[in-house]
Design a protein around this ligand. Structure first.
Ligand SMILES: [Zn+2]
Ligand SMILES: [Zn+2]
Length: 337
């Protein structure tokens, strides 16, 4: 890409106004990565064609297969790259780590090391110029725009202060990183199409556009909603001073990621409170593997800590706070957003 050298920084058409925080420190020249724009445009065109085939020609078995891969890939991201590797919220035995790495590769969202490193930077510098998915730049940027532009210099500069070397002690992470491109092409694009074609005589075209393209793009948006919607809309039951929010929209697509809770208690594997009506499919799967003895050393925050934090810094929407008010039960339901 050609560097833009005008004195007045060229404004990226993908972005909204510069964020107030840190903006003065980083005169920022936007560079769009046109190759990525073309790739994501093609992916979405292919996904729309896949959506058309969902309603016109795909077999039921192919639809179930695509949904299964959506769930598996989603867990690879939410339970694997996110909770296991980025936050080290629990430990997993080697065979399960291999399986979760396969699941994470099916989702094709960068290798585990890169994904986790970006995510640690996101937590440390949340919603500033140094946050790779800085939501102060608007919905589009935090959703997908950050993948279409070169990284802000603050992301690179401050990202160097974030240590992710522990991840390279895991041979599963190292192997996946070394062979990431052939693994990702095979597991995300080829295998999902070959299985329906070989095992139940689906046409290869339908299998590819439904189980590979449409399912892949749907997984991407499910993950992206956590960076965009869950930093823009929703309630702040645990800390009203931060942008990450408990958003029902993001939680539905992300297998139960309640993001205000997560940013306040990032080490907690649960993503939402235990016993809360807020279902988290990720937590259910983690608990299942823990029951089987494949996951151990789960980290949680105590109810006392969660309660005192909600009462001290929450926006009043938590049931702990509502208990102290005269709201009706209908009002309370409205607050569980
Ligand atoms: Zn976040
Ligand atoms: Zn996180």
């Amino acid at each position: 890409m050609t560097a833009v050298t005008t004195e007045q920084p060229e404004k990226c058409p993908l972005l909204m106004d510069e964020p107030p925080a840190l903006a003065h420190q980083s005169p920022y020249v936007m560079e769009i990565i046109w190759r990525n724009v073309l790739v994501f445009t093609f992916l979405h065109a292919a996904a729309f064609y896949g959506l058309h085939l969902v309603f016109t020609s795909a077999k039921i078995a192919t639809l179930l297969w695509a949904y299964y891969l959506f769930i598996v890939g989603g867990f690879g991201i939410a339970g694997g790259a996110h909770k296991l590797w980025s936050h080290r919220s629990f430990k997993a035995k080697f065979p399960l780590r291999v399986l979760i790495a396969v699941a994470q590769t099916i989702a094709l969202q960068d290798d585990i090391y890169q994904w986790s490193r970006d995510h640690r930077v996101h937590h440390k510098f949340s919603d500033t110029d140094a946050d790779p998915y800085n939501s102060r730049r608007g919905f589009f940027f935090s959703h997908v725009g950050w993948l279409l532009c070169k990284k802000h210099p603050e992301v690179i500069r401050r990202g160097k202060t974030v240590d992710a070397s522990d991840l390279l002690n895991d041979p599963v992470v190292v192997f996946q990183r070394k062979y990431y491109i052939p693994l990702a092409v095979t597991l995300c694009l080829v295998m999902p199409a070959v299985v329906p074609w070989y095992f139940w005589d689906e046409s290869f075209q339908t299998a590819f556009f439904v189980a590979s393209m449409f399912r892949y793009v749907l997984t991407l948006h499910a993950t992206w909603l956590t960076n965009s919607a869950a930093h823009i809309w929703g309630y702040h039951p645990y800390d009203k001073e931060i942008k990450p929010s408990d958003s029902r929209l993001a939680a539905i697509f992300s297998m139960g990621e309640w993001h205000n809770y997560h940013h306040v208690f990032p080490g907690d594997y649960r993503i939402a409170e235990l016993g809360s009506p807020r279902m988290s499919a990720t937590v259910i799967v983690i608990d299942l593997f823990a029951w089987l003895g494949l996951i151990y050393d789960l980290k949680t925050s105590t109810e006392g800590i969660v309660r005192s934090r909600a009462l001290r810094t929450g926006d009043g929407s938590h049931s702990y706070a509502l208990e102290n008010t005269s709201l009706t039960s209908d009002d309370r339901k409205d607050h569980v957003q």
